[in-house]
Design a protein around this ligand. Structure first.
Ligand code: PHB
Length: 387
């Protein structure tokens, strides 16, 4: 003990860095309330990362400081971020489930000298709001363009869109409509639903009355998506021959037990299925299931959190633990690795993740559990929403 103390004092005297610092990472997400499972998945991904890679980078300890933001609330997001920076002295901000929360925090980053690693919020434009934003999740443009291609290939001609009326919903609607129309399709009606909508029966009636062959839908994953798909089933749209098209937010694995057999065969496009067949994914899923406790709750925000931690560790390594947001972000531009979702990289221009998007179908495994079975790959997609 005494010898260690002397060594540390000597190192300080010589200007060395023998003493370990603690690097704090502030993570903002929904850890209580109706979207708590989504926040739980941020934590499961982060815990899986530390279980497999340790809680140290070089000599420095990494400490995660969590802040609960139960619903989209930009003002609260901003004050939580300020608090994390000023009182907790975090060197990194991460998490952010909802777009409006991430948007509200981007103006703080440069002055605070703090990079933001987005683990979910999926509106394309967020990365353009500050050069210090890096995103390891996905965008609705990335996932909706392939769905429009699939719809056109299936010979569908008339689609009605129904999206939550905020950033990612508007992106999903625009991405789908632009691509589908370019492929010869027609959008017969575009419905935008307030985020607070819980009764979807009137929407289902409009879908039925529209004369469309299919509905393309986006809502943020959580009770909203479960309610929407249940309503599609209960209002007899499937029986009426109206196909269901959506990004994978609508069939997140944690919703599948409640949907049961009614979801079988539903196809979606997304960056990650828990059933992705790779060694890297098996290793991740085992660790993330242990971390989350109830395996049925594991869902997509876990993988963006896991990959987000890889990015943050690289940033800490590149800066030697010193607070230098620009240097940290520069160090991950072009970074490429094998994610549990497949091969990925950080686009050096946009700082958004380049990845495969998969067409998947809800299927039932031999043990009776439901999963998203990958059936087609759209390889190596940058964000089409940033062009
Ligand atoms: C978002 O607010 O950006 C968001 C939230 C949940 C999703 C997708 C996007 O499933």
């Amino acid at each position: 003990m005494r010898r260690m103390l002397l060594a540390a004092v000597a190192a300080i005297a010589l200007g060395g860095t023998a003493l370990a610092d603690t690097i704090k990472v502030g993570v903002i997400g929904p850890f209580s309330g109706p979207f708590a499972i989504q926040g739980k998945n941020f934590k499961a991904g982060i815990d899986a990362w530390t279980a497999l890679n340790g809680a140290k980078v070089g000599n420095d300890d990494v400490e995660i400081v969590y802040r609960d933001l139960p619903a989209a609330n930009p003002a609260q997001a901003k004050s939580l971020a300020q608090d994390l920076v000023v009182k907790e002295h975090v060197q990194y901000l991460a998490g952010f489930y909802f777009t409006p929360d991430a948007m509200a925090v981007t103006p703080l980053l440069e002055q605070a000298n703090v990079p933001m690693v987005i683990m979910n919020a999926a509106t394309s434009a967020i990365v353009t709001k500050s050069p210090l934003v890096v995103r390891t999740s996905f965008t609705l443009w990335q996932t909706s363009v392939p769905m429009a291609k699939v719809a056109a290939q299936r010979g569908i001609k008339k689609v009605i869109t129904a999206v939550s009326d905020y950033g990612p919903g508007v992106d999903a609607e625009t991405a789908f409509a632009t691509t589908f129309k370019a492929d010869g399709g027609e959008i017969v009606e575009s419905i935008r639903m307030p985020l607070s909508t819980t009764d979807f029966s009137p929407i289902m009636q409009r879908v039925k009355d529209s004369g469309a062959e299919a509905v393309f839908a986006f809502l943020p994953s959580g009770p909203t998506t479960l309610g929407f798909l249940k309503s599609y089933n209960e209002n007899g749209l499937k029986q009426a021959g109206i196909q269901f098209l959506a990004p994978g937010d609508l069939t997140q694995e944690s919703d599948l037990p409640a949907l049961g057999d009614t979801a079988l065969g539903v196809t979606t496009t997304f960056h990650y299925s828990i059933a992705h067949d790779s060694g890297e994914n098996k290793k991740f899923v085992a660790a993330a299931r242990t971390a989350i406790g109830n395996p049925a709750e594991l869902s997509f925000p876990s993988v963006s959190a896991y990959d987000g931690m890889r990015v943050i560790y690289k940033m800490i390594e590149a800066t030697g633990g010193k607070q230098d947001a620009k240097k940290a972000v520069d160090a991950v531009k072009g970074m490429a690795w094998e994610s549990p979702r497949g091969p990925v990289s950080i686009d050096p221009e946009s700082r958004h993740i380049t990845q495969n998007i998969y067409l998947r179908e809800v299927a039932k495994a031999e043990d009776g559990t439901y999963y998203n079975k990958e059936i087609q790959t759209f390889p190596n997609m940058t964000d089409p929403g940033l062009k």
